[in-house]
Ligand binder design. Structure first.
Ligand code: OFO
Length: 173
């Protein structure tokens, strides 16, 4: 049993995960256009991870008997001056997501909704890794500045990222 306020909050967040996915899909396309195939791969993997996050919320809500609603997608930003800018925007966005997950967890505690609190635990941990990945790349990009060779080395590192479906994940990603 899940309250209406909790299911509304989770549905809002489900839509945010979809927005995240779309944002990273556009960034992948943008990086590709900049000639940064490794970064394009990195953002494509990020897109697929966000779709997995979306599906986690979808599955949890439907298992709880909630019919989900998808909000009209707000426009996804589509113009960036550099890879550094894309990653700085990514980190800012992920910090906002972390804050939303914390608010949802707090709401679950207040409502004594332990099923939702446990469901959200995976995301609490996941956000640490997400922010850490972004910070690491930003630090490296700041070190190389506008040096093309340095940026291409980071691009080559970003090419190594592989999409891995964590155990227990929902289907359909
Ligand atoms: Fe990028 O994080 Fe989803 O939750």
């Amino acid at each position: 049993m899940i309250s209406k306020t909790m299911s509304d909050s989770l549905t809002n967040h489900l839509n945010l995960e979809l927005f995240s996915a779309n944002q990273y899909l556009v960034m992948s396309s943008y990086a590709n256009e900049m000639g940064l195939k490794g970064a394009a791969n990195w953002f494509m993997v990020q897109y697929r991870e966000e779709m997995l996050h979306f599906m986690r919320f979808y599955t949890y809500l439907t298992d709880q008997g909630v019919v989900i609603s998808i909000s009209a997608n707000k426009d996804v930003p589509g113009s960036y001056s550099s890879l550094l800018e894309m990653l700085e925007k990514t980190l800012t966005h992920e910090r906002m997501i972390t804050s939303c997950i914390n608010d949802l967890s707090e709401q679950a505690v207040v409502e004594k909704d332990h099923a939702t609190r446990i469901f959200l635990q995976w995301f609490v941990t996941e956000q640490i890794e997400e922010e850490n990945n972004d910070r690491d790349l930003i630090a490296k990009l700041k070190l190389v500045g506008t040096n093309g060779h340095g940026i291409l080395m980071i691009d080559a590192e970003m090419a190594q990222r592989v999409f891995v479906i964590p155990p227990g994940s929902p289907q359909a990603v």
